[in-house]
Design a protein around this ligand. Structure first.
Ligand code: ADP
Ligand code: MG
Length: 729
């Protein structure tokens, strides 16, 4: 791209007027779920009998009879055709991080030379997409391309444009999961089973425990014309070069500031579309970095919340373009300012309420609260390295450990009140806590002040913070499929709860009263989990040293962090909870390493091209202009005078040469490092080579390019600068 083009796109960007969005005439409560085949639609479009059977399939997990599926498909087709729908697709979440879909029309031959619209239960329930191009980590070789997508009736079907979208699982011919939904559902089943059993100590009526997820999606918006002029953004989702803008986020004037008009129209548009698709969008605001924003719906059951997040991310990308923006979901699009995360607010609840909610009305309620907090932390402590692996990626690696996001160590912030409560439970004289008596147990648990729910007790540096009635897993990346973190967390908590129940039951078996047994085990566990609790500043270097002393996982290299999936305790966890077999874990790790390598490889290639084809020629041109000037000065002035006049230019000419030779030399070195890494056949070793030998060069070379940006004539600089990317809106 020529330098002139930069000014053309900047002018174009400035001329974008907001596209005005007219909200529907109805109120949000009326158009909510308009394009979703939810229970209300089922009630309307299905017979009473079929409706009742579908409710049992959805709520109780009963198997789906093919006759029922036929009837449901018929009702769906009728509803969808009233909306002008002509196609259907199985919509699934392969291990590429995004979603996949293949559209088919409803039409079939009618046997009389014409066509009919047809949609049968068997098509609704199962499909066989050619799966050969999706990552499988060797679970399914390319010649055995068969994969199955199977309907997930717990996530309702919805309509986008002319297509009926059917949320599905994706599995290989031999039954292994090739997606995120299958293991997620297994983890949710495990936590339901384990938590329900523990709940019964406190309330025998409880029959089901749900895992809830409320995600907060951060993102950047960049003007589309500027985006198109940045090959690095187009190819990798982040800027690989670019000097800090003089003003960035230091004034803290963007956070919660008034939303720019063009952005507000985009947000309105997103929210209307999301509400129509049944996503309960609630919150929007400016984030810390310029042109960074956040959007959050009300929390939902985890499986549905994740489908909604996947859908939301694709909506955001699509609708941004209508407003002349590109939506950046990458965790670190710009160096030197905040990156984007996706806080995962997680809790467990029964049909009767949130389990992590406090304060309880009775001592037993409080003991239940303490039990669930402690056992959650036990899961997090036991698997802190694995949880870190569950949120790690080549892109999120830029955020973790940087001076803004949680550090690359998993710990939990509880706040003063809960920490003191746990200390009290652990340290008080058991006789003072427990006055024996079969049904009249007095638990001297201090009541928990209301203020806790108020979110006043906050710590932004903690990756896993208790925030009133939930834990907030803050380390999840903005671009990630939340399922990776959520299946790991729920499995870890399921294991902890199961272990808790085994120990309590053993004590009861020995004649201990239920309440006393629970208290005894909880007290042991409070002492056990101490190392995971950290209420201090997670950014400091002291914490890194302290965390290492406590035995927490402090690894920072992404490829090595992935090793946590294959430790004995991780394999045992996943096998015990039925989430993954060892073979599936090994296959998934192959994909993780391969994906890591490919991401760095693409970045390195495009970065090399930019250096050699965009930056160096322009820099050389500018240097020639200076050299030209110096020789002209020599023609006019005396030798001494000329030397004096050209002093500064000569320094710049020299500096440019130094930067240029560093860049050219190190781009060659980077290419050689890539070649050496590519020759390695083991995916793990290759990823390590990319991490150790290629990725650092990108940073080193970038420093020199960024320096040149401050030296070279602005008119010649070919790439839109940070001040343009971040402040034009
Ligand atoms: P923050 O102050 O962290 O931005 P918000 O009030 O915006 O928090 O809420 C963040 C998310 O947490 C929302 O999606 C909200 O619905 C969700 N949330 C609230 N309570 C719970 C809960 N008990 N379990 C799971 N998510 C919850
Ligand atoms: Mg939050």
């Amino acid at each position: 791209m020529s330098a002139n083009l930069r000014f053309t796109v900047v002018n174009e960007a400035f001329s974008h007027a907001p596209v005005t969005v007219t909200p529907p005439a109805e109120r949000p409560s009326e158009y909510f779920g308009k394009y979703v085949f939810n229970k209300a639609k089922m009630y309307k479009y299905l017979s009473t009998d079929v409706y009742a059977q579908m409710c049992r399939v959805i709520d109780k997990g009963e198997p789906l009879d093919i006759k029922v599926a036929d009837a449901v498909a018929e009702g769906m087709k009728k509803w969808a055709s009233e909306l002008g729908v002509t196609h259907y697709t199985h919509w699934f979440q392969p291990l590429t991080e995004g979603t996949a879909e293949k559209h088919d029309a409803f039409i079939e031959h009618d046997g009389k030379g014409g066509m009919i619209e047809e949609f049968k239960g068997k098509i609704l329930v199962q499909q066989e997409p050619d799966a050969s191009s999706f990552p499988s980590g060797g679970l399914r070789s390319t010649f055995e391309a068969r994969g199955y997508s199977a309907w997930d009736p717990t996530s309702p079907v919805f309509v986008i444009g002319d297509t009926l979208m059917i949320p599905t699982y994706f599995i290989s011919y031999t039954g292994e999961a090739l997606d995120y939904k299958v293991p997620l559902k297994k983890a949710l089943y495990a936590v339901d089973k384990a938590a329900t059993a523990v709940c019964k100590y406190f309330n025998p009526e409880v029959s089901k425990v749900f895992s809830n997820l409320g995600w907060e999606q951060e993102y950047f918006l960049v003007d589309e014309s500027l985006y198109a002029a940045r090959p690095d953004l187009v190819m990798t989702g982040r800027t690989l070069m670019g000097h800090d803008s003089a003003k960035n986020q230091q004034m803290d004037d963007h956070y919660f500031g008034s939303i720019p008009a063009r952005v507000e129209e985009f947000m309105k548009d997103i929210e209307i579309n999301a509400l129509e698709l049944g996503i309960p969008c609630k919150t929007r605001h400016n984030e810390v970095a310029p042109n960074q924003f956040e959007l959050a719906p009300i929390y939902e059951e985890t499986n549905l919340a994740i489908d909604h997040n996947m859908l939301m991310m694709s909506l955001m990308k699509r609708i941004a373009r209508k407003h002349g923006f590109r939506c950046l979901l990458h965790e670190k699009p710009f160096k030197g300012i905040n990156g984007s995360g996706k806080h995962n607010n997680w809790s467990l609840s029964t049909d009767t309420g949130i389990l992590l909610h406090s304060p309880g009305k009775t001592a037993m309620d409080n003991l239940r609260f303490v039990t669930f907090v402690v056992e959650t932390l036990k899961g997090v402590y036991n698997h802190n390295g694995l949880l870190k692996a569950s949120i790690m990626s080549a892109t999120n690696a830029h955020r973790l450990g940087a001076n803004e996001a949680p550090p690359a160590i998993i710990s939990s912030f509880l706040g003063k009140t809960v920490t003191e409560l746990l200390d009290h439970v652990a340290n008080a004289d058991p006789d003072a806590l427990l006055i024996a008596g079969k049904h009249a147990v007095k638990l001297d648990l201090p009541s928990i002040p209301e203020l806790l729910i108020d979110n006043t007790d906050r710590n932004r540096t903690s990756p896993f913070a208790f925030t009133g009635n939930r834990f907030e897993f803050r380390a999840v990346g903005s671009e990630a499929n939340c399922a990776s973190a959520m299946l790991t967390l729920n499995a870890a908590v399921a294991e902890a709860l199961e272990d808790f129940k085994t120990r309590v039951d053993a004590l009861i078996g020995k004649g201990e009263e239920k309440e006393a047994a629970i208290l005894k085990v909880v007290r042991e566990d409070i002492n056990y989990i101490k190392p995971i609790i950290f209420n201090g500043n997670g950014y400091g270097d002291e914490w890194k040293a302290e965390a290492a002393r406590r035995g927490l996982d402090c690894e920072t290299s992404a490829p090595l962090i992935f090793d946590s999936y294959l430790t004995e305790s991780s394999i045992a966890l996943f096998e015990k909870t039925g989430v993954f077999s060892k073979g599936e874990l090994e296959a998934r790790n192959e994909i993780k390493w391969e994906t890591y390598t490919k991401k760095i490889q693409i970045e390195s290639r495009i970065f090399g091209d930019l250096c050699i084809n965009h930056i160096i020629p322009v820099v050389t041109k500018y240097q020639s202009m200076l050299i030209d000037n110096v020789s002209k000065v020599k023609e006019i002035f005396s030798k001494e005078k000329a030397v004096e006049i050209s002093k500064e230019n000569l320094t710049i000419i020299e500096k440019i040469s130094e930067h240029e030779s560093f860049i050219i030399g190190n781009v060659d070195k980077m290419i050689a490092a890539r070649k050496a890494a590519n020759a390695i056949s083991c995916e793990r070793e290759k990823a390590i080579a990319y991490h150790d030998n290629v990725a650092p060069l990108l940073e080193e070379i970038r420093r020199h390019v960024d320096k040149l940006e401050t030296i070279v004539d602005d008119e010649l600089w070919p790439l839109p600068k940070y001040r343009e990317l971040l402040f034009i809106r």
